[in-house]
Design a binder for this molecule. Structure first.
Ligand code: NAI
Ligand code: MG
Length: 363
């Protein structure tokens, strides 16, 4: 029996392209793993009314971790229109399977490293090395939404100023949710000799939820006297990140702000083709690129697989295979530095699979 069982979830669009490429690298380092394919994505929403079928969830529960490609999520009205006729009147509601997976498996910590590997022509500035810790289960992604808003909600004090035809999406943050992500950020800082953690918020305006996040941040920071703790409003942080990216080390943020600053930081260190993501809980973890399904490139094996290979590297670290993780990261760094093998986003024309082979050759 293999040492690890890994759920293998390509999903939609370029999800398959980047996972196929990643497998070339995992096979090269001979990870002792069995890869178990699972159904997830838009196709299963259209045919079954369920983009994350129960059989996939059950299968995932038998595995050590999962590699996930990407899924196509569409806004409410489009999702409604594209419901197959048999399901249309049964009241199915589309919800992003990756968001559900994060909540279902309590993958509360979304870790997103953004490192400017030397030689990458897409680097915004050299030496950027930021790690984002995004809260991953609550906030505006809680899925508590109302449209239309039920009549009884208007009886609550404060609701009298809300129009009857409003739509409401709740931003829900709990002390437990805030604590565990802030602790994850400080623990990572301590264990990796990082110097500073910055809390991202908008507590001056969004007082209840972001106020709680900031208060808990400062309380937990007291237990880490050797790590500098700072905080910043999310809007001003965006301009500071562009102006002085080297001032930032670790960022910790509630779900939505974390999602947004992740794409900004990914863009500063090579773009979406380099942004990797680990959805990590106490017992299970799902690794994926930050990018989506990029439908226009689906099946063309054209996109950059490095984001997903970096996600696999994070998976190796999480599994405890630290030497293999280092081999993979060094191979990626070396291919980037040499500059001979580049996908289209880097100004080259090699395929996703050839990029993966070049990395595998150096492992
Ligand atoms: P996207 O991330 O799929 O692609 C945007 C653009 O970024 C692409 O057109 C391409 O130019 C570039 N890009 C993305 N990945 C790349 C790669 N590996 N190498 C080189 N260039 C790359 O975002 P978009 O177009 O907004 O969303 C497409 C679909 O993906 C939507 O349905 C969206 O909801 C979904 N999505 C899913 C996510 C997930 O599965 N975790 C995350 C983000 C979006
Ligand atoms: Mg995102």
């Amino acid at each position: 029996m293999a040492k690890y069982r890994i759920a293998w979830l390509p999903g939609d669009g370029i999800g398959k392209d980047v996972l196929d490429a990643t497998r070339i690298v995992l096979d090269k380092i001979r990870l002792d793993a069995e890869y178990v394919p699972g159904d997830v994505g838009w196709e299963f929403w259209c045919t079954e009314g369920e983009p994350l079928p129960k059989r996939t969830v059950d299968m995932m529960k038998t595995t050590s971790a999962a590699m996930f490609g990407a899924i196509t999520s569409k806004p409410r009205t489009i999702a409604d229109q594209e419901l197959v006729p048999e399901l249309r009147n049964k009241g199915y509601v589309y919800r992003s399977p990756i968001v559900r997976m994060r909540q279902m498996f309590e993958l509360y910590s979304c870790k997103r490293p953004c490192r400017a590997y030397p030689g990458n022509p897409l680097n915004y500035k050299e030496n950027i090395d930021i790690v984002i810790f995004r809260e991953n289960t609550e906030d505006l992604y809680s899925g508590v939404e109302f449209y239309p808003v039920p009549e009884e909600m208007f009886k609550v004090k404060g609701m009298e100023k809300v129009a009857r035809d409003a739509a409401i999406s709740c931003k829900i943050n709990t002390p437990r949710g805030c604590e565990r992500i802030v602790k994850a950020a400080f623990e990572f800082a301590k264990n990796s000799n990082r110097k500073k953690v910055t809390c991202v918020h908008k507590a001056n305006v969004v007082r209840a939820t972001d106020g709680l996040f900031l208060e808990i941040f400062h309380k937990i920071a007291e237990s880490y006297p050797n790590i500098e703790a700072g905080d910043a409003n999310v809007d001003s942080l965006c301009q500071w990140l562009l102006k002085r990216p080297l001032d930032y080390d670790i960022l910790v943020a509630p779900n939505l702000y974390g999602d947004i600053i992740s794409d900004l930081c990914a863009q500063m260190t090579g773009g979406l083709g380099f942004g990797s993501s680990g959805n990590i809980g106490d017992d299970y973890a799902v690794f994926e690129p930050t990018h989506g399904s990029a439908p226009k490139y689906a099946g063309m094996y054209k996109v950059n697989p490095i984001a997903t290979i970096l996600a696999a590297k994070m998976m190796l670290e999480w599994l405890g295979e630290k030497a293999d993780a280092a081999r993979v990261e060094n191979a990626i760094a070396s291919v980037i530095k040499e500059g001979k093998v580049r996908t289209y986003d880097m100004g080259g024309d090699v395929s996703s699979l050839d990029m993966a082979k070049a990395i595998a050759d150096k492992c």
